[in-house]
Ligand binder design. Structure first.
Ligand code: F6P
Length: 320
């Protein structure tokens, strides 16, 4: 392949720029032309496409967000929008496309593949909810951001003898909560993969108080069925504890990527180009056991993320 494109789609995640940078510089290194497509599938449909070179990605590796911008495109889901996307790829003579994004974005890539487009999907989301890769680009940074928030919140929680619930992102996945909860020493971690037992949560908090532990941090993943406000009032009513909540929201999506995210993104971005240069497409590229791997895209999207319940069992033990 001689001319390829790259886009980022769905929620931005720290490290996306490192992946774009590796794709662009990898393409230049292979003597290929590479076009940047802005605002994901939305920009593809609108023809927001321009050629990139090594200088286009200068000064981007340390930046959060995505220099190509991103979007969740509803138009692309329509027949008309999808056809427009295909036409645009044809008119720019783009032979291969690298899509960096989460589940929905990679499903869009699979649809393009079915329509005959050479695509490579890279896991770009803070959620770490893609089964074909041990880590998704942006997850490590998000965990570290939450970890730093736990530190700040703990100062207040200890000063006021308060129980503070911190709600974190992750869509239907509890990985951010479990990783940040274990490393930040949260007293309780609530994730969608495990049934929430309110009696048990209250029992742990009361037992902690009786042991002289006057403050606690509850880390709650957003995918847990009970709302954070409801959780706060229920715990207050049942235990009489001084309970407050904080929702971290978009604080977790931005920020300079960690070394780990930059490294993963650089390796995956380069691999995507290497495959397209070798005329290999229809793959999802991830990292498993520290090695860069690729799977058939559709099969990759059916792979279930490894259960994190054993890690959350560990969290329970360490929190006692
Ligand atoms: O997928 C990344 C993510 O940040 C999820 O953790 C969260 O549920 C969702 O995106 C929020 O999406 P939006 O950008 O539409 O608010």
């Amino acid at each position: 392949m001689k001319r390829i494109g790259v886009l980022t789609s769905g929620g931005d995640s720290p490290g996306m720029n490192a992946a774009i940078r590796a794709a662009v510089r990898g393409a230049v290194n292979h003597g290929m032309e590479i076009y940047g497509i802005e605002r994901g599938y939305e920009g593809l449909i609108a023809g927001e496409i321009s050629e990139m070179n090594s200088r286009s990605v200068s000064g981007s590796i340390h930046r959060g967000g995505t220099i190509l911008k991103t979007a969740r495109s509803k138009t692309f889901m329509t027949d008309k929008g999808f056809r427009m996307a295909l036409n645009m790829l044809e008119s720019f003579q783009i032979e291969g496309l690298i899509v960096i994004g989460g589940n929905g974005s990679l499903r869009g890539a699979a649809k393009l593949m079915e329509a005959g487009i050479n695509v490579i999907g890279l896991p770009g989301t803070i959620d770490n909810d893609l089964g074909f890769s041990d880590y998704t680009i942006g997850f490590d940074t998000a965990v570290n951001t939450v970890l730093s928030a736990i530190g700040n919140v703990r100062d207040t929680s200890e000063s006021h003898d308060r129980t503070i619930i911190i709600e974190v992102m992750g869509a239907k996945c509890g990985d951010i909560a479990v990783y940040a909860g274990i490393t930040g020493g949260a007293e309780v971690i609530l994730i969608p993969e495990r049934e929430v037992d309110m009696n048990e949560v209250c029992r742990v908090l009361i037992e902690n108080r009786n042991k002289g532990k006057m403050s606690s941090i509850i880390l709650k993943a957003e995918g847990v069925h009970i709302s954070t406000a409801e959780l706060e009032s229920t715990i207050r009513e049942r235990t009489g504890l001084d309970v407050k909540m904080v929702i971290l929201g978009y604080l977790q999506r931005g920020g300079s990527p960690t070394a780990k995210d930059r490294m993963i993104a650089s390796r995956l971005g380069y691999e995507a180009v290497r495959l397209l240069h070798a005329d290999i497409a229809g793959k999802a590229v991830g990292i498993v056991g520290g090695k860069v791997v690729s799977y058939e895209l559709e099969a990759a999207l059916e792979m279930k993320p490894e259960g994190i319940t054993s890690l959350s069992d560990l969290a329970d033990i360490l929190a006692t």
